[in-house]
Design a protein around this ligand. Structure first.
Ligand code: GTP
Ligand code: MG
Length: 720
């Protein structure tokens, strides 16, 4: 259907451009040509992003390899953190290709500054002696040291920022900040790619390697993200892009920003977790919370928990721990399947409970039968204990296909509706009938204006539902800010002490993310009590699937229907109604206007949802900066005091009130945007359709065939 509709659109464009008048064109004709051109040049429908989101070693890369049916494609590793950046995989190519995107000079300078700060030993620790903290080389500090050494050589961690800035890098960086690789075979590209995306922690950093592979290795700290293209495959539909998203964020601000953006643009998020750690593991709870946030704020409309390594089971151990002793189990195969079922039941319940706290109780996602998948990537290739079906990889592919069809249908529907609107508009040009008189036209305009005003009131009512929970949440936030502060800062951040964590938090304006350990976001933690109160209502207002009367979408829908009905009425009264292409144009056009608006609302939703922590961050910024500068004895205590005292002062001074106002203001802006857009678009539509012409000054080619074809596809899509 997509290629058919494209063909028709192209033909229309050819026909139209061939017949355009040489002399001055009317505004209407310019408008029509422009819209057709935009539609024609829209090269492809937006891809559907599926994010694999999980802590290091969970098995994301291995899972992705199994799903795209390429056993050794993305590097997987049993030891330390392996994938060092976000890797996008799409299957739209002819060959195997990769693009490695690097940080810009400015972005690297910023990172360098922070890395130097991070590896600097705090005064207090110096006084306590020179011993290394246990496991230091494994944590973020260790990683920072490795990054510096990889680019500047031995002892780089003891040099100053200024010194390093003027030093020559051990590697050459291409001016384009992008490295392209191409290969005919999967293995070939995989081999070439491997050194770039593998963050090899055992690398011998004392002696920087001089060979080619060594030089590539040195680049990894500079990589922003990697895009991989594989040839079209039978197992995964085109236009599905997988995102391998390692860890819980990144120390580098640019990459952390990307981490968040990536999550927010995913239609589907899979929280990937290792079977052995899935029960009681903190990190995957954090990831789940982040996913639900993306469901609230971003494009995400589906979340699943994918438990990997289901084959990892010691039969004897399992049998000893197993409670249901009445049914005998003898083989590893049976044990795996039994454990899969148990884990599914348990995690399903847990996830639903968690989702229920944030989303309206009748959300689609809560009705889904499968929220949890138990897969084995290893067994997909080996089939030693499980069949291919039992590894659940085929089931995940089926899931991908279903989501793809659902999303793609929506996208295609929008495209076809737009095409229909255009062809009807073109037909309209050739009609001389002037069927709507002035009285009817102004009646129509008055009606639309009344409806827009009524809609405005509905939207205000919709948003007003947030008022009370916002106030309640704010009160809660004001009374619990100290608790939030300590809870957050004392959580497990790996092998580094409180002092360094605190320092990093200050350097990064309250957000300390790391690929390896939990994410610390002080601003969000302070705002959390407000979210706890507003979440289900916020979700309900912006829900895009089935809505209740308290949601925005049905308000817009009601508006659309009443305008369309009115237009019908006007037309019924016209006796010469043998030409109903105008009427059809109105219907298609109002559909387009409202769909476009819905998409824009979805984009704006994110800013609104994030406005709380952003407002708090802005208020606290001077104190983060002040605290980050603290040096000397007892700097840890000093930093803590600066933050605590000022958070307290700002709280008294209305920090949370300002955050709340900020959110309300953003909602107000959204409402205004909706009103302005509707007024503008509908008046353009009326002008186009009702422009009075005695004689057609510009005769356009006949689009009757194209029109039938487009309408046919439109009807077919509607029935699907
Ligand atoms: N037994 C078993 N091992 C697996 C399975 N999937 C992955 N592994 C192993 O788990 C380890 C980590 O897998 P990766 O795919 O590298 O994990 P990752 O989530 O990509 O990790 P990072 O790249 O560090 O974020 C590797 O040693 C894999 O061989 C599985 O289904 N079964
Ligand atoms: Mg990986």
């Amino acid at each position: 259907m997509e290629s058919r509709i494209r063909k028709v659109v192209n033909i229309m464009y050819e026909k139209l451009t061939a017949s355009l008048p040489q002399e001055s064109m009317s505004d209407e004709l310019i408008y029509l040509t422009k819209r057709l051109f935009t539609l024609k040049t829209k090269s492809s429908l937006d891809p559907i992003y599926i994010g694999l989101f999980g802590s290091t070693g969970a098995g994301k890369s291995s899972l992705l390899n199994a799903i795209v049916d390429q056993q050794f494609f993305l590097p997987a590793s049993g030891s330390e953190a392996c994938t060092s950046c976000i890797v996008q995989v799409n299957n739209r190519g002819k060959n195997y290709e990769a693009k490695i995107h690097l940080l810009s000079l400015q972005e690297w300078k910023e990172e360098l500054k922070n890395l130097v700060e991070l590896v600097k030993k705090p005064e207090e620790e110096k006084e306590e002696g020179e011993e290394k903290e246990e496991g230091e080389e494994k944590g973020d500090i260790g990683e920072a040291v490795r990054k510096l050494r990889a680019l500047y050589g031995k002892d780089a961690e003891s040099r100053s920022y200024g010194d390093l800035l003027s030093a020559k890098l051990l590697v050459n960086i291409p001016a384009s900040k992008c490295i392209q690789l191409k290969a005919a075979q999967a293995e070939e590209l995989s081999d070439e790619l491997d050194p770039y995306i593998r963050c090899d922690n055992d690398q011998d950093v004392e002696e920087p390697a001089q060979d080619e592979v060594g030089t590539k290795m040195c680049l990894w700290p500079l990589i922003k993200y990697v895009e991989v293209t594989i040839p079209k495959s039978d197992v995964i539909p085109e236009d599905v892009v997988f995102m391998d998203i390692p860890g819980t964020g990144d120390y580098n601000s640019k990459r952390d920003e990307m981490w968040k953006e990536t999550i927010n643009k995913c239609s589907v998020i899979w929280v990937v977790s290792n079977m052995e750690r899935v029960v009681g593991d903190k990190v995957h709870e954090v990831l789940l919370t982040e996913s639900i946030k993306a469901y609230q704020g971003g494009m995400c409309s589906d979340i699943a928990l994918v438990v990997t390594k289901s084959d990892n089971l010691h039969l004897n151990e399992y049998l000893r721990e197993r409670r249901k002793n009445n049914i005998p189990i003898e083989t590893k195969h049976d044990a795996i399947l039994e454990r899969n079922t148990t884990v599914k039941e348990k995690k399903n319940r847990g996830m639903k409970a968690k989702l229920k706290r944030t989303l309206p109780s009748d959300s689609e996602i809560l009705q889904k039968p499968d929220l949890v998948y138990t897969v084995s990537a290893t067994e997909y290739w080996q089939e030693k204990f499980l069949t291919k079906e039992e590894t659940e990889i085929p089931k995940l592919r089926e899931y991908v296909r279903n989501i793809y069809l659902k999303e793609k249908k929506k996208l295609l529907m929008d495209y076809v509706t737009e095409a229909l609107g255009i062809v009807l508009l073109a037909e309209n040009f050739n009609s001389t009938q002037d069927m709507v008189n002035h009285y009817q036209q102004s009646d129509l305009e008055t009606f639309v204006e009344e409806k827009i005003k009524a809609l405005e009131e509905e939207i205000e009512k919709c948003f007003a539902q947030l008022e009370q929970p916002l106030n309640e949440g704010m009160k809660k936030a004001k009374s619990s800010h100290q608790k939030a502060f300590f809870q957050l800062l004392t959580q497990d951040t790996g092998y580094q002490g409180f002092h360094r964590t605190l320092k990093a938090v200050c350097q990064k304006n309250g957000v300390y993310a790391s690929r390896i350990f939990a994410r610390i976001d002080l601003n969000s933690a302070l705002a959390q009590p407000i979210y706890d109160k507003i979440d289900p209502i916020f979700a309900n207002i912006f829900r895009i699937q089935k809505g209740t009367r308290a949601s925005l979408k049905p308000c817009l829908n009601m508006f659309k229907v009443s305008v369309q009905e009115k237009i019908h009425d006007v037309w019924k009264k016209i006796t010469v109604a043998n030409d109903n292409c105008k009427l059809k144009f109105f219907i298609a056009e109002t559909n387009i206007i409202l769909r476009t608006l819905e998409r824009e609302i979805l984009m704006k939703k994110l800013d609104i949802y994030q406005s709380l922590p952003l407002s708090i961050q802005r208020d606290l910024q001077p104190y983060y900066e002040e605290a980050a500068k603290t040096q000397g004895r007892q700097s840890c205590q000093k930093m803590q005091n600066i933050l605590l005292e000022n958070i307290e002062r700002e709280t008294q001074g209305g920090m949370f009130e300002r955050a709340k106002e900020k959110m309300k203001m953003q909602l107000q802006e959204l409402k205004n945007m909706i009103m302005t857009r509707l007024r503008m678009d509908i008046s353009t539509m009326l002008k186009l359709a009702l422009s009075h012409r005695e004689e057609p000054t510009e005769k356009l080619p006949d689009f009757q065939n194209e029109y039938s074809e487009i309408e046919g596809i439109h009807v077919m899509l509607q029935r699907m």
